[in-house]
Design a protein around this ligand. Structure first.
Ligand SMILES: NC(=O)c1ccc[n+]([C@@H]2O[C@H](COP(=O)([O-])OP(=O)(O)OC[C@H]3O[C@@H](n4cnc5c(N)ncnc54)[C@H](O)[C@@H]3O)[C@@H](O)[C@H]2O)c1
Ligand SMILES: O=C(O)[C@H](O)CO
Length: 318
């Protein structure tokens, strides 16, 4: 059995090991693969593993030996899962490996906006505090989270964890979710999408990228939000229309945009959000703690083992 990893570098830049996979076949690990090389690299493989290399219908039909795609991520929007199913290719993902890390990163973005730690540390390096007349100074709005309303789109593994952290901060928590209101823990209130837009001081996106959620945040939905809403996106870039978000940041409709993901990754240098003073963008690293990447690789090996043994787990296209 030939196993090909198309873009192994980000999950394992050298500090972890793919050796667990060697038990299940001949393993070839490419650090990264350009679009034009995908078919030639994957064509003899029964098992292909990808994090962000796109396997769309056009690619899949050129891979007749392929039996299994293991997505090295929770979000599996890079694979055309319907076409894969039609072709008899099983697709799995890695659920919940980075829940704690992504929830932490979500609050890192939020707390950066309320407390601006890097801003003050940088100014103080330049002598701003030393030159001050009083024992303290601030030149950004300082905000307390307690009593503010957090709106969550998608109450899965990450949304759930974020909700609990928010409750611990004393926030009021609302969620747009298909779960029954009665099944939600105390303190998390179910609402409609419209309801969520109108109550949230901070709105955070934790749903997958699908046809339904593509550009969920756009000119029209932004208009339904409170003036000065904070928007957080650690889900996927295309959950928002970036041009509309950039405009909302300029008009003040959005106070801040905090994102770990962008529509194009890496983004082009002229993406307006990168230069926007009230946008704080991290380079898709919420998942990338050593702890989470270790769990990712462990689950990847479990997924491949289960597939090879005929009892596949974490299948997303049954
Ligand atoms: N930035 C990162 O490093 C990083 C890391 C992990 C995951 N992610 C992204 O976060 C997403 C969520 O991860 P998770 O582990 O919580 O996944 P999950 O599958 O546990 O939860 C997703 C939730 O979204 C809900 N959902 C689906 N469609 C929806 C819709 N239209 N409206 C509202 N809710 C909807 C699902 O029912 C589910 O409860 C992933 O799909 C991925 O895109 C990003
Ligand atoms: O979905 C995920 O797991 C992260 O975005 C990393 O790819």
């Amino acid at each position: 059995m030939k196993i090909v990893i198309l873009d192994g570098y980000t999950a394992n830049p050298g500090d972890l090991s793919w050796d667990g996979l060697k038990e299940y076949g001949e393993l070839i690990v490419y650090p990264r693969t350009k679009k034009e090389d995908v078919v030639s690299r994957a064509k003899d493989a029964e098992i292909v593993l990808t994090n962000k290399v796109v396997l769309d219908a056009e690619v899949l039909i050129q891979l007749p030996k392929l039996k299994y795609i293991g997505v090295l991520a929770t979000g599996y929007n890079v694979v055309d899962i319907k076409k894969a199913k039609e072709l008899g290719i099983l697709v799995t993902n890695i659920p919940a490996y980075s829940t704690d890390s992504v929830a932490q990163a979500t609050f890192a973005l939020i707390l950066n906006m309320t407390n601006r730690v890097a801003h003050y540390a940088n100014k103080n390096r330049l002598g701003r505090w030393s030159d001050n007349d009083d024992f303290c100074y601030w030149d950004t709005p300082l905000r307390e989270l307690a009593g503010k309303t957090l709106g969550i789109v998608g109450l899965g593994s990450i949304g759930w964890k974020v909700a609990h952290l928010a409750l611990d901060f004393g926030m009021d928590v609302f969620a747009y979710t298909s779960k029954n209101a009665a099944d939600l823990p105390d303190g998390i209130q179910k609402t409609t999408l419209e309801g969520l837009f109108s109550v949230s001081d901070i709105l955070t996106l934790h749903c997958p990228l699908t046809e339904e959620t593509y550009e969920l945040i756009n000119k029209n939905t932004l208009a339904k939000m409170k003036d000065g809403t904070i928007l957080i996106n650690t889900g996927r870039g295309p959950l928002v229309n970036e041009a509309d978000v950039a405009e909302a940041l300029q008009t003040g409709k959005l106070l801040y945009y905090g994102a770990d993901v962008m529509c194009q990754e890496p983004p082009s240098k002229d993406n307006p959000l990168l230069k926007q003073k009230n946008a704080f963008i991290t380079p898709h690293i919420a998942w990338a703690t050593e702890e989470a990447r270790t769990r990712l690789i462990d689950t990847c090996v479990e997924n491949v083992k289960s597939f090879v043994e005929g009892q596949p787990i974490n299948v997303v296209n049954r």
